[in-house]
Ligand binder design. Structure first.
Ligand code: 5GP
Ligand code: MG
Ligand code: MG
Length: 186
């Protein structure tokens, strides 16, 4: 159990399970990109921990860079993103793998993929540690998914609650407040 500000969280996926799964994803990516030199583009802030663990297990030549985006989910159904920290690299002709912590509605990822594709890369694939299928509102394609999770709020291993919790080794889920049981009158 961990308390962050006014909320209580409980362990949901252990550090060992997270890193084990990430290692498997890294092997899969290393095999599929054999003979190429992919450019990993990790999305700050949340993906820093996932990216650090993933890259340690990539066994082929590769590069990594980081971007930071803000997404707006106003009225339109497509993701509109603003780059707060943009890409310095020329990605034309490159094999790009986007590294994200979590895909929820998918609007942010849809915007990022569109932005990458407009810069003429050779290919664009997506690796996300976590995916909430029930929340998905777009048709964005996810090529590598660590864990599918239900529609609940998670923190730890890079993900935050109001800026806190990114340092936690395990992934935690928000603890539902136990409602007092109301017994029907006899
Ligand atoms: P989307 O555009 O897919 O709806 O939102 C993705 C972003 O929302 C993620 O990059 C993350 O910043 C945030 N997010 C979505 N679900 C969660 C969650 O359960 N926990 C945390 N900490 N952030 C989340
Ligand atoms: Mg993120
Ligand atoms: Mg956040």
């Amino acid at each position: 159990m961990v308390q962050l500000k006014d909320k209580e969280f409980e362990v949901y996926i252990s550090h060992q399970d997270l890193t084990g799964r990430i290692q498997a994803l890294a092997s899969q990516i290393s095999q599929q990109y054999e003979g190429r030199c992919p450019l990993f583009v990790a999305i700050l802030n949340g993906a820093f921990m996932f990216a650090a663990h993933l890259l340690q297990h990539i066994s082929i030549p590769c590069e990594i860079t980081f971007i930071k985006v803000a997404s707006y989910q106003a009225l339109q159904s497509t993701g509109k993103i603003t780059e707060l920290l943009g890409l310095n690299e020329d990605i034309s002709g490159r094999d790009v793998i986007i590294v994200e912590d979590i895909v929820d509605s998918g609007l942010t990822m849809e915007g990022i993929v569109a932005s990458m594709k407009s810069q003429n890369p050779r290919s664009v694939q997506v690796a996300t540690l976590l995916f909430k299928p029930q929340a998905l509102r777009t048709s964005v394609e996810l090529h590598y998914v660590g864990f599918e999770i239900p529609n609940a709020f998670v923190v730890g291993f890079g993900l935050d609650y109001d800026g806190l919790g990114r340092n936690l080794q395990d992934l935690y889920v928000l603890k539902e407040k136990e409602e007092p049981v109301v017994k029907p009158l006899p």
